[in-house]
Design a protein around this ligand. Structure first.
Ligand SMILES: [Ca+2]
Ligand SMILES: [Ca+2]
Ligand SMILES: [Ca+2]
Ligand SMILES: [Ca+2]
Length: 170
């Protein structure tokens, strides 16, 4: 019997899960508008694992912590490795998402690695200015003359940059 002929076959079955999935990038980041529709894919992760069969098949998830904190807004497709929007993003509420994404192989003794992903949410002018008028008490309005202080008007707009600029007129 020629044992050398059996050798490649043995090697095939002896593959051990000795490689963890490695992300092709050390860091992922993306900017999106806060008006981005639910369901939109915003990033695609790729992690390679040179092992064979299940030992080399990679699944993607958000870390437990990221899922707990941001799971109502963003999710990762386990098979495709895509990051997509599942809730309405509101820049005035959360302007930046710092996520940890996990790539895990499907070997019996599963190995995993993590990568950071940052989602910056850009402003959309989705808030009207809020006007607050603090008037002085009525008894001081009896003998007003030009130039008398009557009321304090505060205008607030939670948007960013030009979207928050306001003009006042009477
Ligand atoms: Ca592996
Ligand atoms: Ca908003
Ligand atoms: Ca505004
Ligand atoms: Ca806004």
């Amino acid at each position: 019997m020629n044992i050398y002929k059996l050798y490649p076959l043995l090697l095939h079955y002896l593959d051990v899960n000795d490689n963890k999935p490695i992300f092709e990038k050390s860091f992922y980041s993306i900017r999106v508008l806060e008006s981005i529709p639910t369901g939109t894919t915003i990033l695609t992760f790729l992690a390679l694992d040179p092992d064979e069969g299940a030992n080399g098949e990679v699944e993607y998830t958000l870390s437990k912590m990221s899922k707990n904190v941001y799971g109502s807004k963003l999710a990762v497709d386990r098979k495709k490795g895509t990051l997509y929007v599942v809730g309405f993003l509101d820049r005035e509420h959360v302007p930046v998402y710092h996520l940890t994404v996990v790539a895990k192989d499907r070997g019996a003794d599963s190995l995993s690695s993590e990568v950071s992903a940052t989602v910056y949410v850009d402003d959309v002018n989705d808030n009207p200015p809020l006007i607050t008028v603090s008037t002085v008490s009525a008894d001081r309005l009896e003998d007003v003359y030009p130039g008398t202080f009557l009321a304090h008007i505060t205008v607030q707009d939670p948007d960013d940059g030009n979207n928050a600029k306001t003009t006042c007129s009477l």
